[in-house]
Design a protein around this ligand. Structure first.
Ligand SMILES: Nc1ncnc2c1ncn2[C@@H]1O[C@H](COP(=O)(O)OP(=O)(O)O)[C@@H](O)[C@H]1O
Ligand SMILES: [Mg+2]
Length: 283
């Protein structure tokens, strides 16, 4: 049986406002009889980097799709910046940016052209568009390649462009679904640095998902570890690791501890994590 635990002696880093910008109560999503997300209760503070972590199939993308108004919840509710996802979807959409797990940039256009489409989509007035586009290009370090076709970009550059697209309208909350999947270690580090910079320079609240627990440990103020549709444990990585009373505990250890190392698709998480670490070491 899955043990549930809340570790809540989290203290906000200096400069954090204490207001909650994202909240869910009993959020649930069914696909026919299958429950993909089961009674999700989370709250995220303004300026926080919050990570929803878990193996493939845990339900992370389904949570993001409900929070970004793309998928209606089967039950429960969620509010973002005080707006309800079910009853006030337009208001919610104005406050958020979203980088989906799947590719969202058009390879047959240049980086600049992709940004122009999003600037129009977000109703950025024409006289401000150029300034906005150049500002995000500079922020992402993509100015020099802006007139190249995106199909010639590296995976890391495409990811940066997709993040650029999602922040043109300066959203209060940014959703990043698996932002580093498929990237090499250098590009992954670059993406995480951007995430930190976004929070520091603009105070953007960042809600991300990843199955790289180790990476989340470095960037997230708080994480919720999810498995088979349920959040198992929530807290600051440092507190979660300390709760194990084990030297050099990792978030992988936290996951294994709280799930009892359940079998996922026939392979235990412990085994998968070990194989991944070996694969990473071998390059
Ligand atoms: N549209 C859908 N129809 C049926 N099942 C779905 C649908 N979307 C997701 N699922 C199922 O819900 C579960 C969670 O999926 P997802 O949220 O994509 O997980 P994660 O992002 O954590 O990998 C998976 O078992 C997936 O197959
Ligand atoms: Mg996913």
């Amino acid at each position: 049986m899955t043990r549930r635990k809340e570790i809540e002696h989290y203290s906000a880093p200096p400069g954090f406002a204490d207001n909650i910008v994202l909240e869910t109560h009993g959020l649930r999503r069914r696909f026919d009889k299958f429950i993909a997300v089961d009674h999700l209760d989370i709250s995220v503070k303004q300026g926080e980097v919050f990570g929803l972590l878990g193996p493939n199939g845990a339900g992370k993308s389904t949570v993001i799709k409900m929070l970004t108004t793309l998928l209606p919840p089967s039950d429960g509710r969620a509010t973002l910046a005080g707006y309800d996802v079910t009853h006030q979807p337009e208001n919610v959409r104005r406050c958020i940016g979203y980088v989906p797990q799947a590719l969202s940039a058009d390879g047959s256009l240049t980086g600049y052209e992709n940004l122009l489409i999003f600037a129009k989509l977000y109703n950025i007035p024409s006289k401000r568009r150029e300034r906005c586009i150049q500002d995000v290009l500079a922020f992402m370090g993509l100015q020099d390649v802006q007139h190249r076709l995106v199909r010639a970009y590296s995976g890391g550059m495409i990811r940066k462009l997709e993040i650029a697209q999602s922040i043109l309208h300066q959203p209060q909350i940014l959703f990043l679904d698996e932002p580093t999947v498929g990237l090499d270690p250098i590009a992954r580090t670059a993406v995480w640095q951007l995430v930190q910079q976004l929070r520091e320079e603009f105070g953007t609240t960042i809600f991300l998902t990843t199955h790289f627990l180790e990476e989340a440990d470095n960037v997230c103020h708080r994480v919720a570890i999810m498995n088979q549709g349920k959040v198992i444990v929530t807290g600051a990585p440092i507190d979660l690791k300390a709760s194990l009373n084990k030297d050099n505990a990792t978030l992988d250890d936290v996951f294994i501890h709280y799930t009892g190392d359940q079998l996922i698709s026939g392979v235990s998480y412990r085994e998968t994590a070990r194989n991944r670490r070996t694969a990473q070491r071998l390059g």
